[in-house]
Design a protein around this ligand. Sequence first.
Ligand SMILES: [Zn+2]
Length: 101
Amino acid sequence: MKIRKGDDVLVLSGKFRGERAKVEEAIPSRNKVILDGLNIAKRHTKQAGATMQAGIIDKLLPLDASNVALWCSSHKGPAKVGFSDVDGTKVRVCHKCGAAL
Ligand SMILES: [Zn+2]
């Protein structure tokens, strides 16, 4: 997976298309990302028993990693990510402008 925790990404599809957000959590095993402040499902709950409160609960939903693109601050757009070897270290690079991400 090319997206990591803390990355600045652009949402490519779905309800939040065009929005930029920070990756709160990356789940490589499921190829999903959780974005900070985005993809919140407003859930209207009914009173269920004495301990559960009725109201709206914010829930962060994981988004498919293929639906987000890493934001390239060099060319100010979504990056097509590639990998490059720099002094034996694998680094992510933007295919469009060549900047290391
Ligand atoms: Zn770039």
